[in-house]
Design a binder for this molecule. Structure first.
Ligand code: NAD
Ligand code: 6OD
Length: 496
């Protein structure tokens, strides 16, 4: 049920402060967060400088040895359940925060982004509660033997650097496992989406998470809060979601001190549609994978390979589907799509729209800015767009655009499409549409990605490994795989 929201009420600017050692810290330097749908100032945010980042990291380090470290696993688990329950209790607050920060339709935020916040705490609490340990008996020369067992220790202070595209989902996806494993965290949300992190700080206070365990510093990336955090010598590990270029800069920062990184980076994901597919399902799935969240999903599809016999029909059905997506306010139940996150990002997306035409693409639909009512004209709206007529070497087939657009290309056989789909710098995800079981397995095995979906997209069980190959990232998180990053395994050998 869509709760009726008073937009006048929501867009009243609120002040967001840094959350350090359980306290709200102002800095005297404010930046504005504007709603992507109409440009209103949604919040004023206190920008953290070097001093605040340092205070946050020190608080987190201190907290590593405080009451947090004294909790046995089952007690920590109870606290994480309490966090999850409090998120559920404040569900509508998070929905409002995400709607005004991202501008996406309420039904999307309600079904994807916010529920995952609570789930990310519950799931990793359950995993840590049930984690098994290794145990090995060994022989010794004196015949008495020895026992080995391994224990998982927290890595320490974890820096969590977040993007803006699914802010709450992607932040809790890191904070949940980090805290479950006994670490303390300093979160740097994207400057574009500060609100969910601010609300999560309130949740932590309400449920009594000890001071310093969860800290939030707000601000920008290079030469600002993000870089101050990733270069801080007392940060033990860095988990990052964002652009590949930023990931490379963070990896360099992590080299000082030889600190581990987990990098979830960009993508240029391919959908592969075979002529034997269930066409309704493939159309519906491809529309979602290319246009959900206004195309701002790392797993989203920007290259669509369609087997030639069904190419024309597929393109014309996609066109119909796209043209039925009406842009609108998040609270408008008829809204099929929100705006892009910012004017700056819109400039980037529109530059690709222009480039596509310059390179000779056929614009099947879209390609520009939609006509919007006067009140929304300052929003970062773009038309969902489909191109044909270009090949794998075009810029729009190679570079991540991160907008509501896809290049649709025909192919003639399985070997060819595998080669073409793999001929890309990225390797995050793919969606394969076919009713041929053997082909599904063959293609899934051959595509160079971390995540292959067959006849689905974004079907996510949180226990499964998540991450990319090539320039889409380093490492896997999800389920027990997260433990590899958020804990250090220590072996204890007992001589009998
Ligand atoms: P971004 O790289 O611009 O920013 C991400 C975060 O890094 C922000 O908080 C930013 O302030 C910070 N940052 C920027 N420069 C920094 C620096 N030098 N040092 C430290 N921090 C710095 O990414 P974005 O535009 O926010 O997000 C969109 C990108 O994220 C897309 O490329 C998308 O594919 C990617 N993404 C990947 C995944 C995945 O799981 N692979 C998930 C979501 C988004
Ligand atoms: O489902 C997830 O846990 C996840 N990390 C999704 C990433 C989406 C990227 O935009």
């Amino acid at each position: 049920m869509l709760r009726k929201l008073d937009f006048e009420e929501i867009v009243k600017a609120r002040n967001i402060r840094n959350f350090i050692n359980g306290e709200y810290i102002e800095t005297g330097r404010w930046f504005e967060k504007r709603a992507p749908y109409d440009g209103h100032v949604v919040a004023r945010v206190a920008e953290a400088g070097k001093a605040e980042v340092d205070a946050a990291v020190r608080a987190a380090r201190e907290a590593l040895h405080g009451p947090w470290s004294k909790l046995v696993v089952t007690e920590r688990v109870e606290m994480l359940y309490a966090v999850a329950n409090e998120i559920d209790r404040r569900f509508e607050d998070f929905v409002e925060a995400e709607m005004t920060d991202m501008g996406q339709p309420a039904h999307f935020i309600r079904h994807v982004d916010v529920p995952r916040g609570a789930a990310n705490f519950k799931l990793f609490a359950d995993i840590i509660k049930n984690v098994p340990t290794e145990f090995f008996e060994m022989a010794t020369p004196d015949g008495r033997g020895a026992l080995n067992y391994s224990v998982r220790k927290p890595v320490g202070v974890v820096a969590v650097i977040c993007p803006w595209n699914l802010p709450f989902l992607l932040m809790t996806w890191k904070v949940g496992p980090a805290m479950a494993c006994g670490n303390t965290v300093v979160v740097k949300p994207s400057e574009e989406t500060p609100q969910a992190a601010a609300l999560l700080a309130e949740v932590m206070t309400t449920v009594g998470i000890p001071k310093g365990v969860f800290n939030v510093v707000h601000g920008f990336g290079p030469d600002a809060a993000g870089e101050f955090l990733t270069t801080h010598p007392q940060v033990s590990a860095i988990t990052f979601t964002g652009e590949t270029r930023t990931g490379a800069a963070i990896m360099k920062a992590a080299a000082d001190g030889v600190r581990p990184v987990s990098l979830e980076l960009g993508g240029k994901n391919a959908a592969i549609v075979f002529a034997d597919c269930d066409r309704d399902a493939a159309i519906e799935g491809t529309l979602r994978s290319a246009f959900a969240n206004c195309g701002q999903v790392c797993l989203g599809t920007e290259r669509v390979y369609v087997e030639r016999p069904i190419f024309d029909e597929f393109v014309s059905r996609l066109k119909r589907g796209v043209e039925a997506m009406k842009p609108g306010l998040p609270t408008d139940p008829a809204s099929g799509m929100g705006p892009l996150i910012s004017q700056e990002h819109r400039d980037k997306v529109l530059s690709y729209y222009k480039k596509a035409v310059e390179e000779g693409a056929t614009v099947v639909t879209g390609g520009g800015i939609p006509e919007m009512p006067e009140a929304l004209k300052a929003g970062a709206w773009v038309q969902p767009t489909i191109w044909t007529g270009l090949g794998d070497d075009s810029v729009i087939a190679r570079e991540e655009i991160f907008g509501p657009c896809a290049l649709v290309m025909p192919f003639d056989n399985e070997a060819e499409v595998i080669r073409r789909a793999n001929d890309n710098d990225y390797g995050l995800a793919t969606a394969i549409w076919t009713t041929n079981l053997s082909r599904a397995h063959r293609v899934a095995a051959a595509i160079e990605v971390g995540i292959a979906w067959v006849n689905s997209w974004f079907l996510r069980d949180l226990r499964t490994p998540f991450g990319g190959v090539k320039q889409s990232g380093i490492g896997r998180e999800g389920g027990v795989h997260s433990l590899e990053f958020y804990t250090e395994l220590k072996n204890v050998c007992i001589k009998l």
